[in-house]
Design a protein. Structure first.
Length: 85
């Protein structure tokens, strides 16, 4: 990943289950974003499948993942607003 000079990437949160197909790709993406200077959070959720978030009524971890995403957004929202102004 090579961002254009002067381009600032937004904060990015990657949530992935460790029982899914894209776990390794998600880890690689997070590493590349980090090397490109992006603020990137990677959360690997144990024993979770792809799009486990969609099953909030059945999988308690999905609700925890939503809360973690909300916290990531809240934590980074002021930072992005300050930089953009």
């Amino acid at each position: 990943m090579r961002p254009t000079r002067g381009l600032m990437l937004p904060p990015i949160l990657i949530q992935v289950g460790d029982a899914e197909f894209l776990t390794v790709d998600s880890i690689e993406l997070a590493d590349r974003l980090d090397r490109a200077g992006a603020r990137c959070g990677l959360q690997v959720w144990p024993d979770q499948m792809h799009v486990f978030h969609a099953l909030a009524a059945l999988i308690p971890e999905s609700r925890s993942a939503y809360r973690a995403a909300a916290l990531f957004i809240a934590t980074n929202l002021d930072r992005v607003t300050t930089i953009a102004v």
